[in-house]
Design a protein around this ligand. Structure first.
Ligand code: OAD
Length: 241
């Protein structure tokens, strides 16, 4: 059930800010970070693979894990929740979309200017210089940077690394300046993404959570919509349109 006050707030809004997490891609068949360990990789903890130290130690091993994850994501499609957010952007005056996901499914559903908190699985960066590089990445071993010959890594944010400064700055500005803030499919446990709702509310926004189950921050939201995002978000967009 979508609260009518939320529908009205979105209709009246100048700026809607949306933050998404792993839950929005669940219905596309993408396992969450921890569930992603299957087959060959199940005996390795993500914390042991998704770090700069792991890459330094064995770049090819870490590269193969990400290659496997890229193949997994390439086989799935955006779901109704991704599509709903892309169409909400066409309905409201301004929509800022921030995602903690690295799968690129929002872009494939038609969302533009997505702020990626944790980078993107399909981007390649030089391990030493950090710059984006254009290399043949469909190979078994970590490629070499064309400029400096260092190894090439996936462009995601690893444990122990900071969120890109421009992603933080744009997100803080959007949260502080929006009229309506929506948190979708995120357990709201990982900061600073989890703090954006509070920032929005402190600046007068109405904040709503769309999740399969209550989260540690549920009691702080103005509205909580429990259910699958692939069902609840299309309902919301239909009511707003
Ligand atoms: P989590 O896996 O912590 O939370 C996903 C949330 O989505 C849970 O609360 C689920 O109940 C909910 N959920 C599952 N299926 C859903 C559905 N169909 N519709 C709506 N909600 C659903 O994922 P995040 O909050 O994204 O960081 O986690 C944040 C970050 O923590 C990740 O980006 C990752 C991890 O450490 C890095 O990899 C750097």
């Amino acid at each position: 059930m979508i609260p009518s006050k939320l529908v009205e707030a979105i209709r009246d809004a100048q700026h809607v800010c949306v933050v998404t997490g792993a839950g929005i891609s669940a219905e596309s068949g993408i396992p969450t970070f921890r569930e992603a360990q299957q087959g060959l990789w199940e005996k390795h903890r993500p914390e042991d693979l998704a770090t700069p130290e792991a890459f330094s130690r064995d770049p090819d091993f870490v590269w193969q894990w990400y290659r496997w994850r890229r193949q997994l994501v390439s086989k799935v499609a955006p779901n109704a929740a991704h599509v709903a957010i892309a169409s909400l952007a066409d309905t409201v005056k301004t929509l800022t979309l921030i995602t903690q996901n690295v799968d690129g499914l929002h872009q494939r559903a038609g969302s533009r200017d997505v702020i990626e908190f944790h980078g993107n699985l399909f981007v390649n960066r030089c391990f030493v210089e950090g710059v984006i590089v254009d290399v043949d990445d469909d190979i078994e071993t970590a490629p070499y940077c064309p400029a400096c010959a260092a190894r090439v890594r996936p462009g995601v944010v690893w444990f122990g690394e900071g969120i890109p400064a421009d992603a933080i700055q744009r997100s803080l500005a959007a949260a502080a300046g929006c009229d309506v803030f929506l948190a979708v499919g995120t357990s709201s446990q990982v900061y600073p993404a989890a703090g954006l709702a509070e920032l929005a509310q402190d600046n007068g926004a109405c904040a709503a959570e769309f999740n399969l189950e209550p989260t540690p921050l549920s009691s702080q939201f103005d509205h909580c919509v429990i259910g699958k995002a692939g069902t609840t978000l299309p309902e919301l967009v239909e009511l707003v349109s």
